[in-house]
Structures are given as C-alpha cells and as structure tokens.
Design a protein around this ligand. Structure first.
Ligand code: SF4
Ligand code: SF4
Length: 436
C-alpha cells in the first residue's frame, strides 16, 4: 500500500488552521447573540522575542523616555532632513532598529540627528529627539564612544574656549581692522546699552569676521552704544550640550554668566541662534537670567531709525534660510524677513520649505563638526540639498543669519556646481551694503 502523502488540500489546511481558533458555542454580548464565526478568536500564538536591552537603556535615561512612545505612524519620516538627504533616518526608523536589538549607543543613528526639531513638530506622540539625542550622546561620550572630529572639537573648546582651537587672546583681534571703534568691556567697563556677544565664528572665521565688521559699521551708523567681552568671551556651549558634553556646557555657561555679571547693560545682543537659545533657555537653569535678543530682533525693532539709512538699492533676487534654533526652536520667523523686506530694490522669494517647515542646514546639534562622518552615511549633505532648493526658486542670493551657515552654504554652492549662480550673505552684510 502506498504511503500516505503529506500533501494537504486547501480544505484540510483550513481545518488545521481552524483548530487554532477558539469559538464559544453560544456567545451573547449586550443582548446580541454572536454565536458562531462571529466570536472566533485566535488562541495565543508564539511571537518573536525582541532584545530590548538598548531600547530599555535609552528609555531609562532622563530625557530618553519618549523614544518608547513611538507607535510607528511614520509622520516623522518625510519631515526628517537626514532621511531626505539619503540617511535612512527619522525617529520611526530608529525605534524600529532599537526594537530589533540595535545597539544605538554604538551606531551611526546616534550621531546623524541635527536636533532640528522638525520631527517633533509633526509627531502625535511627542517623541522628543531634542531630549533623547543629547541624553544618549552624553552616555556615549562618558563611555568614550565619540566620532574623532567631534572629540577634537570638544578638546579645543575645553582647552581654548572655542571650537577652532584658536588662542583666547586673539578673540578680539578682528576689531583691529574694524572700520569703527569697538569698546572692549574688560578694558573700558562703563555701563553700556548693548553687550554684544560676538560668538566664535564672527570672531575667528574669515567670513564671520566680514559679518562682524559689517555689524560694527551698522551699529555705529545707528548710534548703538555697545561693547564686547573680547578675550573674556567663551563659546556659548549650546552645540557642545547637544553633542553630548553637558559638563563642558556648564563650564562655559558659568564662565560667560560670571562675565555678564561684571557689567551694566540693558540687554545682550547675540550674532547667532545657538547663543540666543543658550542664553535665553539654558543659562537661566544655571541661575543666569539676562535679557537677550538675536541681532535681527534688535535691528528690526529699530526700523524707524534703520530704514532711512538703507539708501543704496540691492537689486537681487533673495531667499532666506530659517535657522532651526531661531525659527522652530524659538519661534522667530518675522524679524529676519522684516529686515530683508526693508532693503530697497530687493526681490524677496520664499523657498518651499520655510518658517516652521524650514529645512535644516546640517550644522545644529554638533553637525557643524560631523560633515565628514555624515558624508559616509548620507547621499548628500543637508546644506547641498538646501542650496539646490535656493537655486530652484531662482534666487541669486541666499540670505542667512546664523554664523555657522555662511561657510556651510558657500561650500555647498561649490560642491553642487552652483558657483557664480548663488551668493551666500549674512543679512547684516546686505544691510551694510545698502548704507552709504
Ligand atoms: S511621528 Fe512620532 S509616533 Fe509617528 S513614527 Fe515618528 S516618532 Fe513614531
Ligand atoms: S530632530 Fe531633525 S534630524 Fe533629528 S530625527 Fe528629528 S527631524 Fe531628523
């Protein structure tokens, strides 16, 4: 007799499958009889066991809890600039990889986020990368797991008070070539209207110094009574905090707070969005509360005095890049636009992704020093993606108001073969060019 075949007909397979159902002979729910197939339930089935070691390690960190709230809706994926730049990223994907046992603390996922906050804007569960990422990086830094270029930046800031590793004594050197007088408060400590927190890139970087000189000329034409800390200023610390060095941030903040307390001034005016974010939102946690404005806020409030001075037309098509830490993080979209729209002859155009939906330049959250690392994991830099958009809307000038951005975008203009098509200018440079 032939052996019985193991082949099962469809009906047989269905019968076998049906055995995994539980079906009450009679089931009545709220007076309705649902006996029969309506009350069929699957018996508990075996599910895959996930290794949640690293997910637990992350969600146990103060600030890391919200990673566990993700319910995979994917709203964050198209919002994430790293994903758009080919990084296969966004909180949804990070959570999924964590569920699959990925060691987040030894993985590229830990370092690609720029803390731009665009995912939080759309996330229904408030998965907060602005808390998660710095908390996880701080642990990785303690465990000695940091990309080399970031480690070098931390060392420079710890040793010299700036990421370039320049001598602190040279911080005010740019003022020697300024066209107008700059009061250095440690040498001349009389009360002053504005304490101008110059920042690292304005003080040391070639293109930043151009903007610092422009700012000095504009302040002098407006008759602003201002002074700087000179060699006593240190990095604002915001990027170091976000990149995983909260201890270094505290040292820098405490130093700067102590300098601010030495002088009498009405307000601090900062050149950059990170200094603005740090002094406005983080220094108060360390006891340092000071009135602070970004320079675009300070100048746009002086419009009645400023506008009559803008006499030379600037007849170019200009678009504006919202810095994440001025816009999305601190809600300021109007002041930079008000300044640009006051410029005579300007043709202003918005990019598709602007204001709350603005696209990140890639420099936030320590990204300023991780371009080489990011290039290994993305198909393009975020700054390149942004420059292409500026060119696409027909802009001749990309206006910025963050000291990180001029050099980032100028590099991206070259690497995307747009040299000669798009000029990158700080808004203060445009204002300066329009004044006689
Ligand atoms: S938007 Fe929020 S909940 Fe939805 S997938 Fe992204 S992180 Fe998860
Ligand atoms: S903060 Fe920005 S870069 Fe980071 S995951 Fe969210 S959208 Fe992406």
């Amino acid at each position: 007799m032939a052996e019985k075949s193991s082949y099962k007909t469809t009906a047989e397979r269905r019968r076998t499958k049906d055995q995994s159902f539980v079906e009450k002979e009679q089931a009545v729910v709220e007076g309705i009889d649902i006996s029969g197939q309506w009350n069929r339930m699957y018996e508990p089935r075996e599910i895959q066991d996930y290794d949640t070691t690293y997910l637990d390690k992350l969600t146990d960190l103060p600030g890391g809890e919200s990673m566990g709230w993700c319910y995979q809706c994917a709203q964050c994926v198209p919002a994430c600039p790293v994903d758009t730049a080919g990084g296969d990223y966004a909180p949804r994907k990070i959570f999924r990889r964590l569920q699959n046992g990925n060691d987040f603390f030894n993985h590229r996922d830990l370092w690609l986020c720029t803390t731009c906050q665009n995912c939080l804007r759309v996330c229904p569960k408030e998965v907060d990368m602005i808390q998660i990422i710095p908390a996880a990086r701080a642990l990785a830094v303690l465990e000695g797991n940091v990309p080399d270029e970031l480690q070098e930046m931390f060392q420079n800031v710890a040793e010299y008070g700036n990421p370039m590793g320049q001598s602190p004594r040279k911080r005010a050197r740019w003022t020697r070539k300024a066209d107008a007088a700059v009061r250095v408060l440690p040498k001349d400590p009389a009360p002053v209207e504005v304490l101008w927190f110059v920042g690292d890139y304005y003080a040391y970087h070639g293109r930043g110094v151009d903007a610092a000189n422009a700012m000095t000329r504009v302040y002098n034409r407006l008759g602003v009574d201002f002074g700087i800390l000179g060699a006593d200023e240190r990095s604002d610390g915001d990027s170091q905090r976000l990149a995983g060095e909260p201890g270094l941030f505290e040292e820098l903040a405490e130093h700067n707070i102590a300098q601010f307390r030495k002088y009498q001034f009405d307000k601090i005016v900062v050149s950059g969005p990170h200094a603005y974010n740090a002094i406005k939102n983080e220094y108060p946690k360390l006891g340092g509360e000071f009135p602070v404005e970004h320079y675009t806020q300070f100048l746009s409030a002086q419009m009645p005095k400023l506008k009559p001075l803008l006499t030379r037309p600037f007849t170019r098509k200009v678009t504006f890049h919202d810095p994440c830490y001025l816009g999305r993080h601190n809600g300021e979209y109007d002041a930079p636009r008000a300044l640009l729209q006051a410029v005579p002859g300007i043709e202003f155009t918005e990019m598709y992704r602007c204001k709350a939906q603005g696209y990140c330049c890639g420099g936030g959250g320590g990204g300023m020093w991780l371009d080489g690392y990011a290039a290994l994991h993305q198909t393009e830099r975020l700054s390149e993606n942004r420059v292409k958009e500026a060119v696409e809307v027909g802009a001749e000038v990309l206006a910025v108001c963050c000291p990180y951005e001029v050099s980032r975008f100028e590099d991206a203009v070259k690497s995307t073969d747009n040299d000669g098509k798009l000029e990158v200018l700080d808004i203060i440079e445009i204002l300066d060019r329009c004044m006689e």
